[in-house]
Design a protein. Structure first.
Length: 384
């Protein structure tokens, strides 16, 4: 995952950030890209019975084997470790890894920039790309078509319907762009051929996600030979990485299966489950309805955990601007700066724990604020 600072990833990096829920036990790019230029996962790819790989009569031919057809030493060691740690048949693990192909596109998109110029953050441009008329229009239709499931999940988890709608909209434009990269290839490539040697923690993260993929395959949750996703391994309508699918996904329609590619009920329930398990507080807004003092920069925080409280902000000159439920006053708060360095503007906001819950989905402050703004825009459209 990225370091806990408010960041904007632009161009390729912004895509990498926009697409996946982090899996909690590892630091992760929250994931991954929205895969805006990729095709939809077919309906049967994230819900397949486990294949019995050994004994199929064919020897896999991938890009991570030596001349003798055996896994390269680093992958062979990983196979043994994964087999032992997760109690998986070694033959199955090796078969899958031998089948993996190098994903040059994923490497290209993860390649560090050669320029030494720092990319300037531009909140206005980022927001415009994500809080757009297409997502607002399609989000309204998605809400209307799935209102019963959204209502049920919201009542169970405390996560507002509009927030769940907005996340699925930002991630995949309601299933339109879920990715067409085979996840096995992507995770093996980035786990063992990550293009930036200065970021070993990223390579470690992808190896952990690869291990989770192998476990899910063994459990019959998905078929690792066919499941597709983004260029960083995120899958389905909500763009869950394998670790998130394993730990936070939910069965939304009670059929005993979880299909994030084609089952909207499962996708909605999984987004609600993820946010609930990452600290969502019922009946608390994403941003507190306050007016910050004239010079709020001294109150601004970094990080993914709110560091102040309402009495401190009130003492600094903050004022309530909208009267109503005030459960947020008892929560930890954080003042954030959504800065546009190109236009030299600042958008200061008072964030609640629910803003920081969204940053577990994607560590970018810009992403979390865009989710909140898109949710509000869709809710306004629903009421019009």
């Amino acid at each position: 995952m990225f370091r806990p600072t408010r960041i904007l990833q632009v161009a390729v990096a912004s895509l990498f950030l926009s697409g996946c829920a982090s899996s909690g036990h590892v630091q992760q790019t929250s994931g991954t890209d929205s895969a805006i230029n990729q095709t939809t996962v077919s309906n049967d790819r994230i819900n397949s019975s486990r294949t019995q790989y050994p004994g199929q009569g064919s020897i896999p031919s991938g890009d991570f084997t030596g001349p003798d057809g055996q896994l390269q030493p680093e992958l062979r060691a990983f196979a043994h470790e994964t087999s032992t740690q997760h109690h998986l048949p070694l033959a199955d693990v090796e078969f899958l890894l031998k089948s993996a192909h190098y994903n040059a596109k994923a490497v290209q998109l993860m390649m560090p920039k050669t320029t030494h110029r720092r990319i300037r953050r531009a909140w206005t441009s980022y927001r415009k790309r994500h809080v757009d008329p297409i997502r607002i229009r399609r989000g309204t239709a998605f809400w209307q078509a799935n209102h019963r499931t959204l209502q049920q999940v919201s009542q169970r988890t405390g996560v507002p319907e509009a927030i769940m709608v907005a996340i699925i909209g930002i991630e995949t434009v309601y299933g339109q762009y879920t990715g067409n990269h085979r996840v096995l290839d992507t995770l093996t490539t980035l786990g063992f051929r990550y293009p930036d040697p200065s970021r070993p923690e990223r390579q470690t993260m992808f190896r952990q996600q690869l291990a989770d993929l192998l476990v899910l395959d063994h459990q019959g949750v998905l078929n690792a030979m066919t499941v597709e996703g983004s260029f960083a391994g995120a899958m389905g309508l909500p763009q869950f990485m394998p670790g998130s699918l394993m730990r936070y996904a939910a069965d939304g329609n009670g059929d005993g299966k979880i299909d994030l590619a084609s089952n909207v009920d499962d996708a909605i329930a999984s987004v609600g489950s993820f946010l609930q398990q990452h600290g969502w507080v019922r009946d608390v807004p994403v941003f507190a309805p306050v007016r910050l003092p004239a010079n709020p920069q001294r109150l601004v925080q970094d990080g993914l955990t709110p560091t102040t409280d309402w009495p401190q902000l009130q003492a600094a000159g903050a004022q309530v601007v909208v009267l109503g439920p005030d459960k947020w006053k008892s929560q930890k708060l954080g003042v954030i700066d959504l800065r546009d360095e190109i236009r030299d503007t600042h958008d200061y906001r008072c964030a609640t724990p629910n803003f920081f819950a969204i940053t577990h989905y994607n560590r970018s402050y810009f992403y979390a604020a865009s989710v909140a703004d898109l949710a509000q825009a869709i809710q306004d459209q629903m009421g019009s």
